[in-house]
Design a protein around this ligand. Structure first.
Ligand code: MF3
Ligand code: CO
Ligand code: CO
Length: 274
């Protein structure tokens, strides 16, 4: 119970964050639908190329050329804060921000491909897991649980729901499958900016954090580890791996808060939805 003149700092924090969160207009939303669809179509396109023997650099080149030449979109990752490639490729125990390179994929690997495009000034950001050849039992399970975690989080989105409710639902699903949730990296507001307010944590407590408002656009992108939640940043200053070298999986969509719920902006022929 608050006393007279005492300030509820959580409400103050929530209001300050809300002021720095950009509510999109209808014309901005239309542009984000287009950018989101393009980002998702890159993930549709690359699926058939994810085969044993291909290198992550070759996957990067195929995605790059498709964005630039077929879509007339800009690969947002290229040169973003010095990132050297056009997409992120994170294999097995790599959690996120893997840099495409000489590494050849082999049967049983799992790989996250994370694609962000810019079209007409707006971003669409999404990622999926792919199996290389026949999956292992654990590889299959962790990709499935990471996907379900994202979908459960998305399905909670509507005005008035708190970010902590979403984080809590994701965390509960992952942990009830004996997996862990990465803490150091999170979803984010998105629009003209690649990473805008708010931060969207994939763990948390119900009824805490910002309440959602119609017109917000953000990503939900849980990173789920088979072992412990702890991370390590490699010397390249980008690649994030599980400290215990356990497998890790991630799925990502960009979503819009609508009057009654949500719309997935990174939608295309082969994208997965709740
Ligand atoms: N696409 C990633 C995200 O989901 C960010 C990648 S930043 C990069 O937010 F520089 F590594 F490409
Ligand atoms: Co993102
Ligand atoms: Co992304």
């Amino acid at each position: 119970m608050l006393q007279y003149r005492q300030i509820d700092t959580d409400i103050v924090d929530q209001n300050l964050l809300l002021m720095s969160t950009i509510i999109k207009t209808d014309s901005e939303i239309e542009k984000m639908r287009i950018a989101g669809k393009l980002a998702s179509e890159v993930l549709d396109m690359i699926e058939e190329h994810v085969k044993p023997g291909i290198t992550t650099e070759e996957l990067d080149t195929i995605c790059h050329d498709y964005m630039v030449n077929e879509q007339d979109s800009i690969p947002a990752c290229l040169n973003y804060r010095g990132f050297p490639k056009s997409v992120c490729t994170s294999v097995n125990h790599v959690i996120c921000h893997g840099i495409p390179g000489e590494k050849r994929l082999k049967k049983g690997d799992i790989i996250n491909i994370d694609v962000t495009v810019i079209k007409d000034g707006y971003h669409g950001d999404n990622s999926r897991m792919y199996h290389v050849g026949k999956p292992t039992i654990l590889g299959q399970r962790i990709c499935e649980v990471a996907k379900e975690s994202m979908l459960i989080g998305i399905d909670m989105v509507k005005p008035g729901v708190h970010l902590g409710d979403i984080g809590h639902a994701i965390q509960t699903h992952a942990e009830s499958n004996n997996f862990s949730v990465v803490r150091e990296y999170c979803g984010h507001g998105i629009g003209k900016g690649f990473h805008e307010e708010p931060q969207v944590l994939h763990y948390g407590r119900p009824n805490t954090g910002m309440a959602l408002v119609e017109g917000m656009t953000f990503t939900i992108e849980p990173m789920i580890n088979a072992g412990k939640k702890d991370t390590r940043l490699l010397a390249d200053n980008w690649t994030v791996v599980t400290r215990d070298h356990s497998l890790s999986a991630q799925w990502e969509h960009t979503v819009l808060v609508t009057a009654t719920g949500y719309e997935i902006l990174t939608a295309s022929a082969n994208s997965v939805h709740p």
